[in-house]
Design a protein around this ligand. Sequence first.
Ligand SMILES: NC(=[NH2+])NCCC[C@H](N)C(=O)O
Length: 554
Amino acid sequence: MTPEELALAIRAALQASVDAGELSLTVPADVRVERPRSRDHGDWATNVALQVAKGAGMPPRAVADLLATRLGQVPGVQQVDVAGPGFLNITLDAASAGELARTIVDAGTAYGRGASEAGRVVNLEYISANPTGPLHIGHTRWAALGDAMVRLLRATGADVTAEYYINDAGGQVERLGGSVLASLRGEEAPEGGYSGEYVDALAAAVREAHPDILEQPTDEALRLAWDVAYPIQLAAIKGTLDHFHVVFDVWFSERALHDSGAVEQAVERLREQGHVFDREGAIWLRTTDFGDDKDRVLIRANGVPTYFAADAAYYLSKKDRGFDEKIYLLGADHHGYINRLKAIAACAGDDPEHNIEVKIGQLVNIAGERMGKRLGNALYMDDLIAWVGSDAVRYSLARYPADSPLSLDGEEMRRQTNDNPVFYVQYAHARTRRGRPAGRRGRGAPRGRLRTGTAHRRDRSRAARRPRGPPPRGGPGRPPARTAPGRAVPGGRRRQIPQVVRHLSGPPARRRGSHRPAPDATVAQRRHAPSARERPGPARRERARAHVSEGGSR
Ligand SMILES: NC(=[NH2+])NCCC[C@H](N)C(=O)O
């Protein structure tokens, strides 16, 4: 049974209860099932009872009980439990769960493709990290999820443009330029600026291009520093994303909006729509008409446009380029920005319910540790990829909804045991591929038999019988094993992940010229992975994982 079939069965059960006079409500068009947080709670969960209870004028648990009885009779459903305020936890019988695997394997790369989203013209902006430093673990979350969204939308027929907004104007310029200059002068980074190895490397490049830069007036020196450092930093970001197999169709420069006059034009267009006013010498957008908590300045009294003004021009550019839907995936610090962006859409005459969608991604950390540049343990995306491998990172991030904080366990992601979902999935993939006729990979049924029995619950596979325990990899002081494609696990007798990884993702991408030295996994490991002694115990890790919540699963 596929999740879609189960969702249809739930709808049918609701309808049957309505027809039988047990419930009175309009059956929602769209019923969803989700994977519960823990498989001990069953294979699928739904919160539909909570969703419809109000309309039915009944307590959610009573609705859930009715549904549970009916669903329990559906062929393929083994057990239905009502949990918490009215969640339904559904366990399929093993053969039926196996059927899904068979359906997927039989369909090969055609699985999930279709035309359900045909006709949608979408601009999906994500990451958009400032070009002032390397991408870090937080950006990696959006890289994995944004790219997955792009691929899913495309696979289902939508016309999607993946876009990266480069904030290469205003404050960014001063902060990076100022930080590079400070490094050249041997001074502390300015307030709000950047420091670290990469800034020093940028400084060296600037000095090489302009040996006399320190003799220049500060304004000129800042400009020269930015002009050299910015393209290097942007290229490094592109190189990291390339390495992660993330491709953007459009890299959109904020500066170009200013230079081309698009910002002023945007102000005039919004004025024509009747939403712009002047106060105290500044030019404002009346965003409060559309749910913002205060009106926003577009052009300051000194004539300098705000960051928000560029975003207004940017929105209009997306609209003019023919994108009906503009999706923004933004970092956790942008929560207060959502209403403002939606107000821009409304002021531009668009429908904020349809033409714009803003999603906020919550923070990611490693094994529950607080991380950040200030704490001296920032984890860069390059290092994360080198440490864990790009597929493992992508999979581990894409498994969880973006709107709750997430704690990743780098050691777990590398562990070659079945309690590591990354390993489990790769192992299952390898099993389904074994014995396929050459030239028919990816299509048709495998010759090797796919287990459709209870293997996913009571694992009788050889991997499960292998001795458990930490992988044969260095503890403190010893080099970590690397699961990057093609790397062997030192001393590893076990079957190694690398071949599988390569198979999943094609030949390993080569790092493109990045100004940073190739990340040293040993350093990454020492810096970011707690040693065996410091490593949090199971209880601690459980707590760290408890940060992740999936709706309707408890
Ligand atoms: N259209 C936008 N404002 N996109 C978001 C930009 C994110 C910003 N550059 C940052 O790093 O926080």
